[in-house]
Design a protein around this ligand. Structure first.
Ligand code: SF4
Length: 386
């Protein structure tokens, strides 16, 4: 049900602070909730099965205690936090878990998740590391296996029409997310990076129909804002992997900048690419999740010619976003032990250098305490680009 103006952002706040509150309610109403990690799990298939997809989130304010008895501490701190919360029962309303072959931290810990949580359903999606023809064929088959496996669990034969319907719903969700991004093109932007991060994170915890409704309400409320809530300031893009908390955005914005766009998993990487419609739905989903999501865990053939040409082919989407949102600088934020992004730091920096966009590289733990310590470096960077 639609809430009154000025209360939509408070609803977002509530869903953000008590992450999973709606999925918990749905579970009580008899729905089946399937948790997943990473941007590479096709939520469309879970929705087409009549189940509720729910993205597991970590919490930078919660110390990792129980999870470390099962997961080694040299794994990605974000994954360790997600696992820790799951072991502590924060997500005990979930009936199953789906983990894709994203990075090693995800892949190598799948059996630990499966064994420790002991949920009625668990599935690993094998995602190839290249976008070649055979890889695409393999991945389509892999999605077919996932569809069948989930169908058996849900006691439902998932038809192409169910998948197509879900694809339309998620494409609508991406259109709305893009409309929200567009509100940040003005100077100052109509919506802060902190608010945007909250909205997008919350969207991952809701059934897509409810997420569409919420995004529509947020859009309506924000476009009626008479005055932006932020002031003109250097325009920053945040580049990196999975940021599912607002602490880092808030730190940048409290330091005197506006985060106007991102190249992140719970951000443009996840929310912008559409799934093609009109052909075989599983082929289209394979294309979207393997090829259209530009994540460093997927290798792309080297572009012919000089190194610069290859950089442009690999990171052109970041450059285009930078131009579209008129960014003054990029903060590249990578978690300790994150191999896919860690290995790419020199190349990402070289690409941004070639565009004359100043870049600050920060490596961090997944913890509110360590995020706070980055303030001085961010302030120094902003002084340089102002
Ligand atoms: S932050 Fe890096 S290591 Fe951690 S889950 Fe994401 S890609 Fe994997």
């Amino acid at each position: 049900m639609k809430e009154q103006n000025n209360t939509v952002m408070s609803k977002v706040e509530r869903y953000y602070e008590d992450y999973g509150i709606r999925a918990r309610e749905l579970k009580k109403e008899g729905k089946t909730v399937i948790a997943y990690l990473c941007s590479l799990v096709p939520m469309e298939i879970i929705t087409a099965a009549g189940l509720v997809p729910f993205r597991i989130r970590g919490n930078v304010n919660e110390p990792i205690t129980k999870g470390d008895t099962n997961l080694e501490t040299i794994a990605c701190p974000f994954i360790r936090s997600c696992f820790d919360l799951s072991v502590k029962g924060w997500y005990d309303f979930c009936d199953g878990i789906v983990i894709p072959h994203g990075c090693d931290s995800m892949t190598r810990t799948y059996s630990t998740w499966r064994y420790t949580l002991g949920l009625p359903y668990s599935h690993f999606i094998n995602v190839p590391h290249t976008v070649s023809g055979p890889s695409m064929e393999f991945f389509t088959q892999e999605l077919n296996t996932f569809t069948k496996s989930l169908g058996r669990f849900a006691h439902k034969e998932i038809a192409d029409s169910d998948l197509t319907e879900a694809i339309h719903l998620y494409n609508e969700n991406r259109d709305k997310a893009k409309a929200l991004y567009d509100l940040r093109k003005s100077d100052p932007p109509l919506i802060s990076g902190t608010e945007m991060s909250k909205i997008l994170t919350v969207g991952m915890s809701l059934p897509v129909t409810e997420s569409n409704e919420l995004f529509a309400e947020v859009l309506e409320e924000l476009t009626q804002r008479k005055e932006p809530t932020v002031h003109e300031a250097p325009r920053i893009m945040v580049d990196g992997a999975c940021i599912d908390n607002t602490n880092f955005f808030k730190l940048i914005e409290d330091s005197g900048a506006n985060v106007v766009v991102d190249s992140l998993c719970i951000g443009t990487r996840d929310y912008l690419p559409h799934t093609d419609v009109g052909g075989n739905p599983l082929d289209a989903l394979a294309r979207r999740y393997l090829d259209k999501i530009n994540c460093p865990r997927t290798y792309r053939e080297k572009a012919e010619g000089a190194y610069e040409k290859d950089l442009a082919a690999r990171f052109g989407d970041i450059g285009s976003l930078g131009k579209e949102f008129k960014v003054d600088g990029v903060i590249l934020y990578v978690y300790k032990y994150c191999d896919p992004f860690g290995f790419e730091v020199p190349a990402r920096k070289a690409y941004l250098d070639s565009l004359n966009i100043p870049v600050l590289y920060l490596e961090d733990e997944y913890s509110a305490g360590t995020i706070g310590r980055l303030r001085t470096r961010i302030q120094a960077f902003l002084e340089v680009i102002e």
